[in-house]
Design a protein around this ligand. Structure first.
Ligand SMILES: Nc1ncnc2c1ncn2[C@@H]1O[C@H](COP(=O)(O)OP(=O)(O)O)[C@@H](O)[C@H]1O
Ligand SMILES: [Mg+2]
Length: 284
């Protein structure tokens, strides 16, 4: 599969503080790639360098075959960026906003098609200020789609959303994927990454500390948690050798004629793995 984004040893400091300490990753065309990490990890810095809004200090970056710091026209034509503040346009209608954004592109999509795509057909002529929060986010997404981009950047697209609005944003992102778009998404929500991303890079303090499919990241650990009750007390055993430990426990219980009450074995979720990664001491 062709590469949409290639990042090699990307570094960026602000006033001597290293925000990106040499990160490398590739995003394939048609992939939804998640940059996952806590606040201050360097997600926005990465995205804005890729969008051409910030300068890198060093490293190589190619976005759809271009260096974004040259801001080539061809790249801007093929890239969609979700704006966070369409409120400024509150007196315009949905259709007018999309027509305006479409005007920045050489070959925009048909505006009514985009209105329908983001599910705002019944709000086509409504002013932006009358839209609900979720509808405004759909419009934001529409502004990213009206140029018919191949690549869409979404920086924390659902932060601050209520659960229903998050679900509809997820639907929207899935529909981008179904349209064959490449999506680079940042989030600090684990479930979001797990739901949406084909692959995830976990970034912490400017470094990538894990990269792979959500299943890969979970699979990397053999750790399991065995729980049961003994005399009413909860016993929890964490182990990298669940088979051996469990065999020992069951053998012991069988020979004593006891039951391992409420026996449970739990594999870590992506959330457990993520928290473990993010909370590990640095340079470990
Ligand atoms: N314009 C800036 N000037 C100075 N420091 C910045 C600037 N932007 C980001 N930083 C710092 O760089 C680090 C990474 O920030 P950012 O890329 O915004 O992380 P994230 O998006 O993952 O929360 C943080 O320590 C942040 O305080
Ligand atoms: Mg950010």
């Amino acid at each position: 599969m062709p590469t949409a984004i290639a990042v090699r040893d990307l570094r960026k400091s602000y006033d001597g503080i290293e925000a990106l300490r040499g990160i490398s990753f590739d995003v394939q065309e048609g992939e939804v790639f998640g940059l996952l990490g806590p606040n201050g990890a360097g997600k926005t810095t990465t995205v804005e360098i890729l969008e051409g809004y910030r300068r890198r200090d060093s490293g190589d970056v190619a976005v759809l075959g271009h260096d974004p710091s040259d801001a080539p026209r061809d790249l801007r034509e093929r890239m969609g960026v979700v704006l966070q503040h369409s409120e400024n346009l509150s007196l315009l209608t949905v259709h007018e906003v999309l027509r305006m954004f479409g005007g920045y592109y050489e070959s925009p999509r048909d505006v009514d098609e985009v209105v329908a795509l983001v599910g705002l057909a019944d709000k086509r002529d409504a002013r932006v200020r009358t839209l609900s929060g979720g509808q405004k986010r759909r419009l934001d997404l529409g502004t990213a789609l009206v140029g018919d981009p191949d690549l869409v950047f979404l920086d924390e697209p659902t932060t601050g959303f209520d659960p229903a609005a998050r679900r509809s944003a997820w639907e929207m992102i899935r529909s981008l994927r179904a349209l064959g778009k490449t999506v680079l998404l940042t989030t600090h929500y684990l479930d979001e990454a797990q739901q949406l991303a084909d692959r995830v890079a976990v970034i912490r303090a400017g470094q990538i500390i894990a990269l792979g499919t959500p299943a890969d990241l979970i699979g990397e650990t053999r750790r399991a948690e065995i729980r049961f009750r003994r005399d009413g007390e909860l016993v929890t055993i964490e182990t990298d050798e669940p088979t051996r430990v469990l065999a020992g426990l069951t053998a012991e219980a069988l020979s004593a004629g006891r039951e391992l009450e409420q026996l449970e074995i739990r594999r870590p979720s992506l959330e457990d793995v993520y928290l473990e990664l993010v909370e590990e001491p640095e340079d470990a």
